[in-house]
Design a protein around this ligand. Structure first.
Ligand code: SF4
Length: 115
């Protein structure tokens, strides 16, 4: 039982780590692609800070879970762009079992991958 939990936890952390790397690469190396994905985004941020606690808690969160540099020009691009696509929304659910305030309009290409 303990081993099973540890394996599940490790799998979850690997998915979240992959998501972090994917977002970093997209925002820094493919900004146009990132923006085009974000065009399908709908909804709004509920300021739950779930995305600020993937794998580790961001040290820039204050005691009320608010970003200390939210309005600063030093806020990382990867934070400004979150969520880029549905995978990011699914990462929030995977880690916290709660929904991000954003969702994405499905495209034919994405649907095709799952059917
Ligand atoms: S998880 Fe979604 S709703 Fe919560 S703070 Fe991040 S972007 Fe906003």
């Amino acid at each position: 039982m303990e081993l099973g939990n540890a394996i599940e936890q490790t799998k979850c952390e690997l998915v979240l780590l992959y998501g972090k790397l994917r977002r970093f690469c997209l925002t820094t190396l493919a900004p146009r692609r990132t923006r085009s994905r974000m065009l399908r985004r709908q909804g709004k941020c509920r300021q739950c800070a779930s995305c600020c606690k993937f794998i580790f808690r961001c040290p820039l969160l204050d005691e009320n879970n608010l970003c200390k540099i939210y309005h600063s020009r030093f806020r990382p691009l990867v934070c400004r762009r979150f969520p880029i696509d549905q995978r990011d929304v699914e990462d929030v659910y995977l880690n916290y079992g709660r929904k991000c305030g954003y969702s994405f309009v499905e495209t034919k290409n994405r649907r095709r991958r799952f059917h």
